[in-house]
Design a protein around this ligand. Structure first.
Ligand SMILES: [Zn+2]
Ligand SMILES: [Zn+2]
Ligand SMILES: [Zn+2]
Length: 148
């Protein structure tokens, strides 16, 4: 997987540093998570205390710019990052629990019908989409029922 990092950074004319490798490997290990720069720093700090928050911010932005990572805004006041796995052309969707803040991924596109309609009626060539769905997750619904 690291060869992708090498390739992408070289393509952008950027050097491969051990810090960049560490942050990239961290994103690979936490593929399913959507962490803020602060959360990433807190975790990385345990093994690599020399990596400061400014470096992490800069590196994450670099990854976003070169297509290695994705940056999301789930309206909770901080940007969250995840590895761009490039396993589909369109972005996966995110379900955001308004109670516990959990983010669930929907890997299926499910937008084909909508996309077809838009392309026909608006003669619009769809390249991608960002879907954020707000609600209450299964866990929170269970505790809601048994709780108050
Ligand atoms: Zn789609
Ligand atoms: Zn929840
Ligand atoms: Zn995601």
């Amino acid at each position: 997987m690291s060869h992708l990092l090498n390739y992408k950074l070289k393509e952008e004319g950027l050097k491969i540093t051990s810090q960049r490798k560490d942050i990239y490997n961290f994103l690979i290990k936490n593929k399913e998570k959507h962490m803020s720069a602060e959360e990433i720093q807190r975790e990385i700090e345990k093994e690599n205390p020399s990596l400061g928050i400014a470096t992490i911010y800069r590196t994450l932005q670099l990854f976003v710019d070169s297509g290695l990572a994705m940056k999301h805004d789930f309206d909770d006041g901080k940007s969250r990052y995840e590895l761009n796995t490039n396993d589909s052309i369109h972005n996966h969707h995110h379900l955001i629990c308004q109670k516990c803040g959990k983010i669930i991924e929907v890997k299926l596109d499910l937008m084909e019908e909508l996309e077809k309609q838009i392309e026909t009626h608006y003669e619009f060539d769809i390249r991608n989409h960002i879907v954020k769905v707000y609600g209450i997750c299964k866990n929170c619904r269970v505790t809601q029922k048994h709780g108050d």
